[in-house]
Design a binder for this molecule. Structure first.
Ligand SMILES: Cc1cc2nc3c(=O)[nH]c(=O)nc-3n(C[C@H](O)[C@H](O)[C@H](O)COP(=O)(O)O)c2cc1C
Length: 162
């Protein structure tokens, strides 16, 4: 049985951890499908779901929120983990950044087994009025492969016990 990893992203950065989690699970013997959340029509047949989304203004990416709402009933029946990617500094490295309110609420509603916030990425050439202004001082890649791998290992472990 396969684990679905779905993600909502505006500038591509969240595809990184989604793919990395997928690679790690495959290496641990768990098959995965990784897709943009907006392209997933059904979660039928998946043994578990990891839903990831970028953070913008303390809100989870719309595609992740819509995915959670659209597939709510099915997601309440399978193990689910929620991932947010955002902080443009090393604050997420310790793995202790609490979920934003929106993610916490959705996690509770779906009965998610866990939430995690990973560091984000903003490229120096980011488009958009606010993003390009932010990029002048905050551009960087704070995605932390070791942290992502550790999260994937936790998921794999829980997968074998749920
Ligand atoms: C306009 C703007 C607002 C942002 N707001 C937040 C925020 O509220 N919290 C946070 O942790 N990161 C915030 N970020 C950082 C993004 O979440 C980070 O760049 C993320 O990796 C973007 O993912 P994406 O490339 O998949 O869209 C913001 C970035 C931009 C450009």
């Amino acid at each position: 049985m396969t684990v679905l990893i779905a993600y909502g992203s505006k500038r591509g950065g969240t595809a990184g951890p989604a793919d990395m989690i997928g690679g790690e699970l495959v290496a641990l013997g768990i098959p995965v499908d990784v897709h943009p959340a907006a392209e997933v029509r059904s979660v039928d047949g998946y043994q578990a779901v990891i839903l990831a989304g970028a953070l913008y203004n303390a809100r989870w990416h719309r595609d992740a929120r819509r995915f959670a709402a659209r597939h709510r009933a099915a997601l309440q029946q399978v193990p689910v983990w929620l991932v947010a990617s955002g902080p443009l500094d090393d604050s997420a490295d310790a793995g202790t950044v609490p979920p934003v309110r929106q993610v916490a609420r959705i996690a509770q509603d779906l009965g998610a087994l866990g939430t995690v916030t990973f560091g984000g990425r903003l490229t120096p050439d980011a488009k958009g009025f606010i993003a390009s202004a932010m990029a002048k001082t905050k551009a960087g890649d704070w995605r932390n492969p070791a942290q992502v791998r550790a999260f994937a290992a936790t998921v794999a472990e829980q997968q074998t016990t749920v």
